[in-house]
Design a protein around this ligand. Structure first.
Ligand SMILES: Nc1ncnc2c1ncn2[C@@H]1O[C@H](COP(=O)(O)OP(=O)(O)OP(=O)(O)O)[C@@H](O)[C@H]1O
Ligand SMILES: [Mg+2]
Length: 326
């Protein structure tokens, strides 16, 4: 397998907006440690799931990989070079190859553009097709994502179609430039339960058809099971466990992963949970706990866990875990 993308010790600290006096007297600049030293690679053709509770830094990681944000430090290597040192022209070409599907199709579509115009917009920006040729390309992709009849829906506005259709529009727009890598940020979270599995199946089919590589972001471990080859579990800006999907699901090593798995509903009335759901609230990314960030919520934590920050260690083939106790 060939490596498509590599993330090296990526960090994004957002400065906290505070009053003038606070800033004047503060001993050090306060920041939100949204992403705090994340490393992983993605092989061509695979789907890596980035999974974790709300606010753990999944979207920020995705936005950094697409260079929609500049990092505090670290690298995203694509084509042998960090994208943060790409020139404007290199970035323009890269944007054709790297696309994104956002969570909220309503927010990511202009109400003033018809569906056909919205899907064709990237072709215009990248100068890939014009006029009738562009229109044909849009119709083709609309049919591939199940927006039919394409000639009818082409002229509709986002508010005139269903939620499931809007999500298909966002997917079509991401694929119209024929990308090789797609960040799908909670692509089914806003969709009605009845259309979720259809959208997931569509993403899986399109991956084969277009030879795609996905970074699939979700807060729901159960969803990752249907689409991911590997998963990376994130907690407060860090990856705590990463490995092949089957291995992480059958032999989770980090206590956080075990508790996330235990929260996945099981259709069996006799089923008893063996691990408690993570206790307490997620601590703040402004002032993360010392040592292992998960220790205040961990049912196995020992005094050592609040002192030493565990590094990611390989515990099995391609299976990495950051825990002092394992
Ligand atoms: N532009 C910003 N300025 C300041 N803080 C930010 C900004 N964007 C994100 N954050 C903070 O960074 C942290 C991580 O946010 P992020 O959106 O990456 O999380 P997430 O895992 O995608 O969460 P969710 O599941 O809710 O989408 C949060 O504490 C968030 O409040
Ligand atoms: Mg998010």
């Amino acid at each position: 397998m060939t490596e498509l993308l590599k993330v090296e010790n990526l960090k994004k600290h957002f400065p906290l907006q505070k009053g003038f006096l606070d800033n004047l007297f503060a001993k050090e600049k306060r920041v939100v440690r949204a992403v705090d030293g994340v490393s992983f690679s993605i092989q061509k053709g695979e789907t890596l799931g980035l999974v974790g509770e709300s606010g753990c830094g999944k979207t920020t990681t995705g936005r950094l990989i697409l260079r929609l944000l500049e990092p505090t430090s670290g690298k995203v290597v694509y084509g042998g070079k960090s994208i943060f040192s790409y020139s404007k022209e290199e970035m323009r070409r890269l944007r054709e190859k790297m696309q994104v599907i956002f969570q909220d199709p309503f927010a990511s579509l202009s109400p003033r553009m018809t569906i056909g115009e919205a899907i064709g917009h990237p072709l215009k920006i990248h100068g890939l097709a014009h006029g009738k040729d562009a229109e044909q390309k849009v119709m083709d992709i609309m049919e591939k994502v199940g927006l039919e009849p394409a000639s009818f829906l082409y002229h509709k506005y986002p508010h005139q179609v269903s939620g499931g259709q809007r999500q298909r529009v966002v997917i079509a727009r991401a694929l119209v430039t024929n990308p090789e890598f797609v960040v799908a940020d909670e692509p089914i979270a806003m969709a009605d339960v009845s259309v979720r599995s259809m959208i997931l199946e569509l993403l899986i089919r399109l991956k084969e058809e277009f030879d795609l590589t996905y970074l699939f972001i979700t807060h729901d471990l159960a969803t990752s099971k249907y689409i991911c080859d590997r998963v990376a579990i994130m907690y407060l800006g860090k990856i705590v466990e990463m490995g092949p999907l089957k291995e992480v699901f059958s032999k989770p090593v980090h206590p956080y992963t075990s508790t996330l798995l235990a929260a996945v509903p099981v259709p069996d009335p006799k089923f008893r949970r063996t691990h408690p759901i993570p206790k307490g609230e997620i601590p703040s990314a402004i002032n993360p706990p010392s040592g292992c960030r998960f220790h205040p919520r961990c049912h196995l934590a020992s005094p050592e866990c609040s002192r030493e920050e565990p590094p990611l260690r390989e515990v099995g083939k391609n299976h990495w875990v950051a825990c002092n106790l394992r």
